[in-house]
Design a binder for this molecule. Sequence first.
Ligand code: NAD
Ligand code: MG
Length: 388
Amino acid sequence: MKKRIAILGSTGSIGKSTFEIIKKNKKDFDVILLTANNNYKKLIKQAKEIKAKNVLIKNEIFSDKVKKGLKNSSIRVFSGDISLKKIINKKLDYTMSAIVGIAGLQPTIDAIKNSRIVAIANKESIICAWNILLKEVKRNKTKILPVDSEHFSIMELTRGIVDEEIEEILITASGGPFLNLPIRKLKKVKSQKAVKHPNWNMGKKISIDSANLMNKVFEVIEACKFFNFNKIKYRVVIHPQSYVHSIIRFKNGLIKMILYNADMKIPISNTLYEKRNIFLNIKKINTAIFNKNSFYNVNKKRFPSINLINKILNSGPSTATIVNASNEVLVDLFLRNKIGFLDIVKTINKIFKDKEFKKYAKRKVKSVSDIKLVDNWARLKTVAICVK
Ligand code: NAD
Ligand code: MG
């Protein structure tokens, strides 16, 4: 039987990779829904190519354009903030949650309620709203799978493993485009250079987060939420080749790691095919690269963001939401050349010193509107600090 699929954020980097796998294996999938924010042209093209049943364009300005583009088809067009339940008539088998930023939160919750499996690439929803996601996961008996390469690897390496067996969990970081740039030059780096990741081809936001290692800050928090392992066991290591995504050091003397190419199609397809019954015809790793892998500690002078991990873990349950929101604003400002590269982490550190910080950081959130309140405060505060 064909799997009934939705891709939330189908026009983005993860969305496109998911789309490509599905396109190559059409006999296995029935695409019920594709969604995008602004990129209506790509959405129309994808919907036609794969004969999607429904499309949703979030930005209503483009609604008519999508309708026009699909007018000779039976594909239904929706726009704005519409819930999945209104679009589908039967539970989905699989949803890829691949919207960028906290904008992906409500759609992810919605997917958990309406899909048997939800593969989550949108790390922001895990970081900011894990308790809410988990409640819905239990209530709806949904299976959630991590797509982020590091978390996918941890899941693979720790099947049947309990915390007592683990000594250390290493999350690798490539170090991004500025790993070897003299530190004094970081101040002046431009966004055009920062978005060019040496190994991965990703969306702009996550590429900037990878250049200053904020992505690793979020990934450690993401792992702390997703897995039931002691938070103090996580460590970030630099591994410029990006073949190994996570490493587990066991107390019994063994170390385990998996290697795979820096290609998100690998974790994505393994979540699409639960029984791993897929042959991915992609570039094979030459075993000669085993000789060329290197791992070393993070230089905190180059990557001061890494100090934020402990600050987030020790400053109250809503701290991650504050840092995430502030970072989203700052990355956007940096992409528009309004602030410098180093100002991102500097400004986040300033937020921790704000007199209202504790009040918001200690909030225990129960709903999306609770999160939005904290998120909003952090956004406004960040802008206020930047214009000072
Ligand atoms: P991207 O910017 O390439 O794509 C984002 C997608 O989300 C687009 O389809 C866009 O139309 C949609 N979108 C944006 N804002 C939206 C809104 N307000 N409402 C509805 N849809 C909206 O991003 P990406 O690199 O594919 O990353 C997506 C998510 O996956 C992020 O959370 C990122 O951290 C995570 N992730 C990405 C990678 C990667 O390799 N790209 C790896 C691991 C995790
Ligand atoms: Mg990752």
